[in-house]
Design a protein around this ligand. Structure first.
Ligand code: ZN
Length: 608
């Protein structure tokens, strides 16, 4: 009998998330893994009880959550057991994960009314191939730190060197090469006559691009019969053809009985809706415009804070009006018949709505934002911190991380955001642009406070301070999500390269794809608010001359800035503002200053 340290993980979360066309796909990718890990933990916790000591996560309270609230890893100790017990534990976890996946798959396929066993086999294979569990265990030596590091390295090796050993190929059905090819190589198989009949051109999934689609047949490799039917449901957009795994993700919110994740347009217009609740006169006018079409348009999924606000409204008609997806409040939506024709709305009606909306928005200087924000934050140097901790220290860290997760959840809700995942120090969420800067700063300021107890256990040195680095994109709601996520990851990498990290990359990408980017240390983030008063005309003038002026010496550049501010800003304010611009960039690089101020204007937008 011995004590074993045991680690299990379902990797490739990044891939699961970046394979997304809708916000719901992002949410479902991480939610699925979190749900499977929690279900497995709960199962083994009940079974092994006192012999099992959880380290990461520190405990498992409830499986139910609206977002992924634990990471994709389990670390625990199995006390006083032998090697067979460890293997049984691993098998038990694998079995639990597989059983839950099967239930979710059955649910999704039955929702799609797919009973064809051939598709089912293909779908299950694609799912198994994506959700793979890796595990390893080691007898604990005297030193916990050493055993933990060994295990971490070994799991890394397993993931990197993993190759599927089966001989299955995806065509319009699953091909078992052992049966079909009879020991030939796939290359030889391809030359055979019957190859075509198995593999001919089945389309690949429009989301992940890795798997073939469900629904293709020998005669009809686009799967039109199935997909034409599916496009009638609001789960799929016309043109989408998905593989088994991406299809299952679309039904996860139904399976778990959760409200689907808000769309990008809904998130963008959240603050506008919030303002409408407070401005009854405008709300009434808009309601009158929409009265004709409310019943025909689909309801959206408001963020949870707005849902709370809406639940207080007693007038049911107004309530369902405010539940319409944010896109319907945007004037541009009514200018493209692809958006409304499906709902039986005529061009005349749409153009009359366009005119009336524009009039009211202009009159009241209030209109919905077409931009939303996506924020990703990650703890700095977490590996270095964990490698300094003994078992008790690591357990303490895990329990503080769980408390931090709850705190971050509250902060996000207060700012009308919606979390995708909060796994300790790893955070992803979507937000209305209004308030996202304050929210990000608040989260950054909370981490040292929440981790103080563990910081006291760690050596001196900045690397052991609890800080966050990440990226914030402010983007047009119609930009493809996949592109947005790639940009988000890219910007995070840049921010992580900043000396001693602790920074936030901020990028604005407009519908026209023009962009502004800046990477700042957190102590400079509140400069956005402080530069709100600088008018757009200043930015315009400065950017027009910036390329000529950039080679002039510092004093001349400063004098020009002062000159341009004169007449636009109160005299007493100018010194203060120049100081702030110097804090943003001490060398007064004009292009950088212009980028910063353009970002300010988007974040604290004013009616033009
Ligand atoms: Zn797919």
């Amino acid at each position: 009998m011995a004590n074993y340290l045991f680690m299990a993980t379902i990797p490739s979360i990044g891939k699961l998330i970046s394979s997304s066309r809708r916000t719901e796909d992002i949410w479902a990718g991480s939610m699925l893994v979190s749900y499977l890990i929690k279900s497995a933990l709960k199962e083994i916790k009940d079974k092994y009880n006192t012999k099992l000591e959880l380290i990461f996560p520190s405990k498992i309270e409830s499986i139910d959550s609206d977002f992924a609230d634990i990471s994709n890893k389990i670390l625990l100790i199995l006390n006083d057991r032998n090697q067979d017990d460890v293997k049984n534990l691993a098998e038990h976890i694998k079995k639990t994960v597989a059983e839950h996946m099967k239930k979710i798959t059955d649910f999704a396929l039955s929702e799609c009314k797919i009973s064809d066993t051939e598709y089912k086999e293909l779908a299950c294979y694609q799912i198994e191939n994506t959700i793979e569990l890796f595990w390893a265990a080691t007898e604990i030596s005297d030193e916990y730190k050493k055993s933990r590091q060994e295990l971490e390295d070994y799991i890394g090796y397993l993931k990197d060197s993993h190759l599927r050993k089966d001989r299955m190929y995806q065509g319009y059905v699953l091909i078992n090469s052992d049966l079909e090819i009879q020991k030939e190589s796939f290359d030889e198989f391809q030359k055979k006559d019957n190859y075509e009949s198995y593999c001919r051109g089945a389309y690949t999934c429009t989301i992940c691009g890795d798997n073939t689609i469900i629904g293709a047949t020998k005669e009809e490799y686009k799967g039109n019969v199935l997909w034409n039917k599916m496009w009638e449901s609001n789960k799929f957009k016309r043109g989408e053809r998905l593989c088994g795994f991406c299809m299952v993700k679309r039904f996860l919110s139904n399976y778990l009985n959760k409200q689907p994740f808000p769309s990008t347009s809904e998130i963008a217009s959240t603050y506008f809706k919030k303002q409408l609740i407070e401005k009854q006169d405008i709300l009434k006018k808009l309601f009158d415009i929409f009265k004709r079409v409310i019943k025909t348009l689909p309801e959206g999924n408001p963020v949870s804070a707005l849902r709370d606000d809406l639940s207080k409204i007693t007038n049911h008609e107004i309530k369902s009006f405010l539940k319409l997806d944010g896109e319907w409040f945007m004037v541009d939506t009514w200018k493209n018949s692809n958006n409304y024709a499906n709902y039986g709305i005529s061009n005349e009606m749409a153009s009359s709505i366009t005119n009336e909306l524009e009039k009211i928005y202009r009159e009241h200087k209030l209109f919905p934002s077409e931009m939303y924000a996506i924020l990703k934050l990650d703890g700095d140097n977490m590996g270095a911190k964990i490698s300094e901790l003994n078992k008790e220290g690591h357990k303490k860290l895990s329990s503080l991380q769980m408390a931090f997760t709850q705190k971050v959840k509250e902060i996000i809700k207060v700012h009308y955001g919606e979390p995708v995942y909060i796994g300790g120090d790893d955070i992803l969420g979507l937000f209305p642009v209004e308030g996202v800067i304050e929210c990000a700063k608040k989260i950054r300021d909370t981490i040292p406070e929440k981790m103080k107890e563990i910081r006291d256990l760690l050596p001196k040195g900045k690397i052991y301070d609890f800080t966050l680095t990440g990226s914030l994109l402010i983007v047009h709601h119609l930009l493809p999500l996949r592109f947005v996520l790639d940009e988000l990851y890219e910007l995070e990498k840049e921010a992580k390269n900043v000396n001693s990290k602790d920074s936030l990359g901020i990028k604005l990408i407009k519908h026209s794809m023009s962009s502004e980017k800046i990477i700042l240390k957190w102590n400079k983030i509140d400069m956005f608010k402080k530069t709100m008063e600088i008018p757009k005309s200043f930015i315009y003038q400065l950017s027009n001359i910036s390329h000529i002026l950039q080679n002039e010496n510092f004093r001349i550049r400063e004098a020009i800035i002062r000159g341009l501010l004169k007449g636009k800003i109160e005299k007493a304010q100018i010194d203060n503002l120049v100081d702030i611009l110097l804090k943003i960039d001490e060398d007064l690089v004009l292009s950088k200053i212009c980028s910063f101020l353009r970002l300010t204007h988007t974040i604290y937008r004013k009616v033009p």
